[in-house]
Design a protein around this ligand. Structure first.
Ligand code: HEC
Length: 489
């Protein structure tokens, strides 16, 4: 028996019963616009789909060993990570999520810049906007399922921030947490959203999205001076395909396959080499000094919320997403016709550039995390302290030992959560400083009972010796200072 013939026979039998080649064949071979120069820009959508499928497969694998329950979730993830296969699967799921976020972002930017959301593809855009929202929600809910310090505190912070939204705040916070505090019910709620509710919606939206891509056809590359007119577009598009269309498979789609394979390979290599994110400590609601840090894709938003003035927070929290959502909905509804080329839509380029700039800026800020104590601060070098012993040198040591340096900078050393104290001696009297040290502040612990009298004395001596212009001035600068004085400056 010839195995090839047997396989062929099985296929014929299967095809006869399902009509696969009759229904799918024409779809695979349907003509698409020839886009010689821009074809590679079209691969992000299919790559997003591939990353999604990677997430489905690894997510199912993870959920088969993950235990939902505030007592066990963390340990079950520990257990998963302890086996080599579990570690790789967690790694793939993590980098797959990152890839999906990047790819859906690139896809959205590409579609927006090329004006591909214009007639007749407005509904393609709207379903895509839904998918973008669901993807972000997946990333957010997944982060919490890790159920370590970070995941736990991210949920707390998110709920607190949701709680500040006007009118619906209380209800929203309560709904997010499934109660008044983060607990087992919160975990169940996020788990259900992450593995049932959101994926089901995504499958539905992806089905409609793909159907629309085929029904409306893939957009042709935009050309300046060729605006979209809904009355003539479809007719024109079909004649374009007749004139110079190429079959989707394989002439156009090989790039999608090639790029998708690279994406999968990159995810796999990163999972293997870098591995999944470390699990932090198990969640402990009593540790209030934990500084939550979301996964990289939310870092910029987190930084933004941490840095804006307190009074504006509730507006940014509610208005930011609202404006973004409204923008996504209005783009195809108001701009459904006219020029598609980015060359004729300079504001589109400007919008993308400013969004990218804001995200990049706050992302960098988020990585530096000025609001969280710098726990790896080193003792102040003697060049900064100025003296080797005596109360000032003792005070510098106390400043480091008691963790002041986690939050305060002295001459460029230390954290930036609290005010810079390099010139504390100029700005404050010893009594003022002692009051602050004893009473603490909103973001500074009180040191009452935590400093011996002699420690406080040397600490104050050290701080009092901090001046904007450190005295004595080094000889080289003294000459300069004399010159400046002579010129009357
Ligand atoms: C967890 C971070 C943190 C730690 C640790 C910390 N501080 Fe502060 N500190 C702050 C913040 C934030 C402020 C600003 C408070 C305010 O005025 O609202 C502040 C304010 C001060 C001020 C007043 C500065 C000014 O310009 O108004 C002094 C002085 C000070 N801290 C000294 C210390 C000393 C000394 C220590 C160690 C014994 C210390 N701090 C530990 C966060 C911290």
């Amino acid at each position: 028996m010839d195995p090839v013939r047997i396989l062929k026979q099985i296929w014929r039998w299967f095809d006869d019963l399902t009509g696969f080649s009759q229904s799918l064949g024409p779809i695979m071979a349907h003509p698409v616009p020839r886009a010689r120069k821009t074809r590679w820009f079209y691969v992000f959508g299919s790559a997003t789909l591939i990353a999604f499928l990677v997430q489905v497969v690894t997510g199912i694998a993870l959920s088969s060993a993950y235990v939902t329950g505030s007592g066990q979730a963390y340990d079950s993830l520990r257990f998963i990570t302890s086996s080599p296969i579990g570690r790789i699967i967690r790694g793939i799921h993590y980098f797959g999520a990152s890839a999906m976020i990047i790819l859906i972002g690139l896809h959205t930017i590409r579609v927006y810049l090329m004006g591909a959301y214009k007639y007749p593809r407005q509904m393609n855009w709207l379903t895509g906007a839904g998918l973008l929202l669901f993807t972000l929600l997946m990333a957010f809910t997944g982060q919490l399922l890790r159920w370590d310090q970070m995941g736990f505190w991210t949920a707390v912070v998110a709920a607190e921030q949701a709680g500040r939204a006007p009118l619906i705040g209380n209800w929203l916070g309560h709904f997010l947490l499934a109660g008044n505090t983060v607990g087992g019910a919160t975990l169940s709620r996020f788990f259900a959203a992450h593995v049932f509710f959101l994926p089901a919606l995504m499958f539905l939206f992806i089905a409609v999205h793909l159907y629309l891509v085929i029904f409306n056809g893939i957009s042709e590359p935009p050309k300046a001076g060729r605006p979209v007119d809904p009355r003539t577009y479809r007719h024109w598009y079909h004649s374009l395909l007749e004139r110079e269309g190429i079959p989707f498979w394989p002439q156009a789609a090989w790039r999608d396959v090639f790029f998708g394979a690279i994406v999968v390979l990159a995810i796999f290599v990163l999972a293997l080499v870098v591995g999944p994110p470390e699990l932090g400590k198990p969640p402990d609601p009593t540790i209030i000094s934990a500084s939550p840090r979301p996964d990289w894709y939310f870092m910029w938003y987190f930084a933004l919320l941490s840095l804006i003035p307190k009074w504006s927070e509730r507006w940014v929290i509610i208005l930011g997403p609202l404006v973004f959502g409204l923008f996504l909905i209005l783009v195809p509804l108001l701009g459904g016709r006219g020029e598609r080329s980015p060359l004729r839509r300079p504001w589109a380029i400007l919008i993308i550039l400013s969004v990218v700039f804001v995200i990049a800026h706050y992302w960098v800020v988020g990585i530096r995390a000025p609001w969280s104590p710098r726990l790896d601060a080193q003792p102040l070098p003697s060049s900064v302290v100025g003296v080797a012993d005596g109360p000032i040198a003792d005070g510098a040591r106390v400043f480091y030992d008691k963790g002041c340096e986690y939050c305060h900078t002295i001459s460029g050393y230390g954290g930036i959560r609290g005010p810079d104290l390099s010139d504390a001696g100029d700005r404050m009297s010893a009594a003022q400083m002692a009051t602050r040290i004893f009473s603490g502040a909103e973001n500074m612990p009180s040191y009452r009972g935590n400093l011996k009298p002699e420690e406080l004395a040397s600490l104050l001596a050290f701080l009092a010796s901090r001046h904007r212009v450190q005295l004595p001035t080094p000889p080289a600068l003294q000459g300069l200072a004399r010159q400046e004085a002579a010129h009357g400056r």
